[in-house]
Design a protein around this ligand. Sequence first.
Ligand SMILES: [Zn+2]
Length: 351
Amino acid sequence: MRKSALLFLSVTVMGTIPSPVWAQQEEYPIIVVPTGEGPFTFPQGYQTPWDQIEIMVTEKMSPNLFVLHGSQGLDRGHPDASGGRVMVLFGPDGVLLVDTQNRQVADKTLAAIRTFTDGPIKVLVNSHVHSDHTGANAFFANQGALIFAQENLRLDMITPRRPGGPAPTRDPASVPVVTYRYDPTAPGEPAVTLNMNGETVDFIPMMPSHTGGDTVVRFRNANVIYIEDFYRNFGFPFAAQTSGGSIQGMIEAIDLFQTIAGPDTWLIPGHGTLIHREDLLPYRAMLVDIVTRVTARRDQGQSLEEVLAANLTAPYESQGDTQQSRDRFVRAVYAEVRDFPPIVNGRRAMP
Ligand SMILES: [Zn+2]
């Protein structure tokens, strides 16, 4: 009863305000489709049904900066919303993309873009090498995109998985064309700045964190930064060490954000919900706590199995945490305490 009265009221108010005034009152971001909260369960042997996954506009960050993400509850790897977020800047200068989602949904990703712009696809920047972010690279390169990324990402893509093993069967069109490096003497400095569609866009190479080839992408006017996967709020932290990632680097990445983001800057993770820089702080505290505890135990001579059995992450458990994501996190911390291999050709030779 009360709900229908409110609905009637809001319709009446909308009807009395001239539309230009109404448009001015629109505030960003607009959350179009919230990410799923779960809980999600999948039967043994479940295979992701790519044909059922939809790619849609899930958030609008400004009048010409939209975010695409996939349906919830279908993708076992990312049940809260399938794949990794894609950002689309559009307008008279054409389309700039951050990441390309999974290869299997490339047509749907393009179709979602075509619901709001028919501009040419011009620029693509990859935040990191994982297939939920680069899977449709070749598809979008064939649409006309020039691909930018860190050099480490390109090397990780083209280097055979095992030394001397067969070269990856990847479409050469998927490999980044314009590359740059992270400069440890100037963290936070953009490697590339583009002026397009009334925006100024910075590609900021990151220290080895989620991988050894991460880039975050800042949209200065919208006051938005795509922060990819060094932070997550669904499941435990993931440093892809074989691709050069580092838990310690994730802590450094968070610290960098206290200077490159303002208090009101919207941060867009590859997965999970949108946040501000202050939301990174409890995550940092958790990382530091687990690193400290695991280091102490490894220094005492405890085996990986003993450290895993201690269940150090118990105080931090929340929705979306699986045994696999917990163990992967603790295993990564344990591996970093001692004899952590250097990055060579975008990879670490993890034992
Ligand atoms: Zn991701």
